[in-house]
Design a protein around this ligand. Structure first.
Ligand code: CA
Length: 230
């Protein structure tokens, strides 16, 4: 069993949402790749996972730079993002991630504040947090796509999460699944557990700076339980 080597007793655990609390990434990857392709911007689902967490316009610009040699216009961004959102909304509702409830429970048992840090601004998904994880989250301890100017991989969202929780970086742990999310968390100076719930290689998450890479949320729960014993 791997142990968490932390500088201080954790006071807060900052959870990412897509790919951590909800198994929503297959839908996002499908919607991104199909929407982009409609506009002649070929994107695989795997690449969508690589860009997970980036803002919509940031993702679109990477593709338009590659295929059109320029950034997208505001109007193009709006149209492509709307196509992506439309596709996403036709897909079955994402299920809670296996083991996430356990991980949240174990974090709570460590007397940690639970903070949400997501780039998502999907109102429905935020609503279903309360439905599937009742009592774990409160609005004061949420950082969403509505709050931040610079999304992941910028450290801003995680710095904001620390501020909302009133804890220092060394008193927090982040649970992420995506390379850009890990980069953001590490940029904020926080110990980061990567739960590799998608198709990317562990190596990509390690390179992004993850302190530990585990296969899923059950393993995150185990790590927290170990920490409680230590
Ligand atoms: Ca994520």
């Amino acid at each position: 069993m791997m142990n968490l080597e932390l500088a201080a007793r954790p006071k807060a655990v900052l959870f990412d949402m897509d790919g951590v609390l909800f198994d929503s990434m297959p839908n996002h990857a499908y919607a991104w790749s199909h929407a982009m392709t409609q506009f002649g911007l070929e994107m695989t689902a795997y690449e969508a996972y690589l860009h997970e967490g980036r803002t919509g316009s940031g993702t679109i610009d990477i593709l338009t730079q590659r295929y059109w040699g320029r950034d997208a216009t505001e109007e193009e961004i709006e149209r492509i993002y709307a196509a992506k959102a439309d596709l996403f909304n036709t897909l079955p509702k994402p299920k809670p991630m296996v083991g996430a409830f356990e991980a949240l429970t174990a974090a709570k048992e460590l007397d940690c504040k639970i903070v949400l840090v997501t780039g998502s601004a999907q109102v429905k998904l935020l609503e279903s947090l309360e439905q599937h994880y009742p009592g774990f989250f409160c609005e004061e301890l949420m950082v969403t796509g509505f709050d931040v100017k610079r999304g992941k991989p910028d450290p801003e969202p995680y710095l904001m999460g620390l501020e909302k929780a009133g804890v220092k970086a060394e008193e927090a742990i982040v649970v992420e699944n995506a390379p850009l999310g890990v980069e953001s968390a590490k940029g904020a100076g926080i110990f980061t557990i990567a739960a590799n719930t998608g198709p990317l290689e562990d190596e990509i998450l390690k390179k992004a700076g993850a302190d530990i890479v585990v296969p899923g949320l059950k393993d995150v729960a185990d790590l927290f339980r170990e920490l409680r014993k230590s």
